[in-house]
Structures are given as structure tokens and as C-alpha cells.
Write a new protein. Sequence first.
Length: 315
Amino acid sequence: MIEVQGLVRIFSSRRDKTTTVALDGISFSVREGELFGVLGPNGAGKTTLVRILSTLLTPTAGRVTIDGVDVVLEPKAIRKRIGVVFGGERGLYDRLSARDNMRFSAELYGLSAREAPKKILALLEKVGLESKIDVRVETFSRGMKQRLHIARALLHDPDVIFLDEPSSGLDPVAARELRNLIRELKALGKTIILTTHYMFEADELCDRVAVISNGRILTLGTPESIKRDTQVGRTFEFDAFESYESQIASLSQWKGVVDLRSRELDGYVQWTVRTGVEAEIGVAELAIHLGVMESRIIERPTTLEDAYIALVSKG
């Protein structure tokens, strides 16, 4: 569905005559009906990539096609087939109701006066805003505004949907509702590109992900293959009801221990010990050093966040 070939975007500053390479020769493809994630730190090029794919920005070099149509040469044809949701609260008319915001967008998309009301109601019901349909958007929570953004992007029934950090700033309940909505969109056969800072979100939702840094793709694959192929060492967790301060202090000096963290919970402290790839530390060694039962130490499976941090640190 989406083909990206050698994509480059360079920004130039007239003021200080400097240039910034936002994208540096990125290439990848997205299959029809796939939920494709783009991960990366701030400034990695994620939003620039989405803006180019959605015809809002032209590339310096390279080519992008959506279902065979060039996004630069035929932007009007592309816009009829895509929906774009940028994270945040901008882009809505706060003094208008949810219905009026949708009406305005329906006119821009060319929906008929007969078709628009039914579609607006159906979409607001889908995103759970039917009870707020005639309420001013200025009274909406951030999560409600994000759901309205998504409803608006679906008005013209696009084949491809771009979600640029849609859950940024949402509370846990709103973020979970949003993830469920994204699953529903995928079940409808939509092709979705999702950019996010939340690794668990990408792990939970995406068929494949690309990790980018400094405008380049560091790796691309399924979340499971990235976790499997990225060597990140081991992570151990144990709960301490007694004081282990002296043992922990000496543990931090062990060769191969790269991170020690603790958090106080209800009546005990949970410790996390992360090792490097070359470290030959196991559960038994930790138990002997700490003087705790081996069964109390758990080796935690590698997460996508572990792999992401390892990749970005190197890249």
C-alpha cells in the first residue's frame, strides 16, 4: 500500500545559514491492512516522515507512493484516500460543538448534505462522543478531543490513516480507550501508520515497527523479532522486605551491571538489576551475593523498551 524509497528531507535556516537533515535516505514499505509503527526519540524525524507521507511537506529527495500514486505529483488524489491525526489539542474549533466541527470538515471533504448528518452521528457514536455531540469542544478533556480528531479523520472513509503520537498526554483510561479504537480501525482493514513514544503501545498494537534515529532506520521488523535480535543483556527483579543497601552498593560495582533501580511500594522495595550483553550474571549469582532465596529473584523477559533503548543508544 505504501512504498517509501530513499526519502530525504533537509531543512535550511536562512538566519544562520545552517542545515538540518531530518530524514537521511529512509526506505520501507507498508502492506495493505497493516498497522505499522514508527518509533524514535524527539527529533528523530517521525513527524517529518508523517507530514511527507500525508502530502503536508515535500521531500528533498526520494519518492513516496500510496497504492501506486505519487504523493508529490498527485497530492489531491492522495488526500481523498488518507486521514491524518496529529497528537495534541490543536486543529479543532473550541467554540463550536463536536457536531459543528464535524460538519465543517464534512463540507471540506465534499460530503453531501444528505449523507453528512448520518455519517457524523455514526462516527461520534463510534468514538464514544454521542452524548457530547452538541457540547462545545472547549469543555472537552484531552482524550475527548483526541477521539474527535479521529472521528473527523474518518469522515471520508480513508484507506490509510496516519496517527502521530495520538495518545500523548492522555490519562491511562483515555489511552486504553484510544488503543481499543485503533484496534477497531485495523479490524476494518485500514492501513495505519502510528508514531509513538510508548513502547508498550507499539508492542501491543503494531504488526511491524521501524526504529529511527537521526533520520535513519536502525531496525525494522515485528516487535518480537526486534526483541529477539537486539542483544540487551538480562534484567532481574526482586522484592526486598529487609535492608540490602550494602549488598546493592557493592552490586553496582560488578562488571556487567549497567543499571540499578528501586521503587518503594506498600511495605517493601522492588529492585531492578539490568546487565550488559557480555555479563555472565545469573539468578544464582545474584541470590548468593544478596543472601536471598533464589526463588525470590525473577529474570524478566526483554521488552521492546529494552531493545529500543539499546538501539537508540548505539545509533
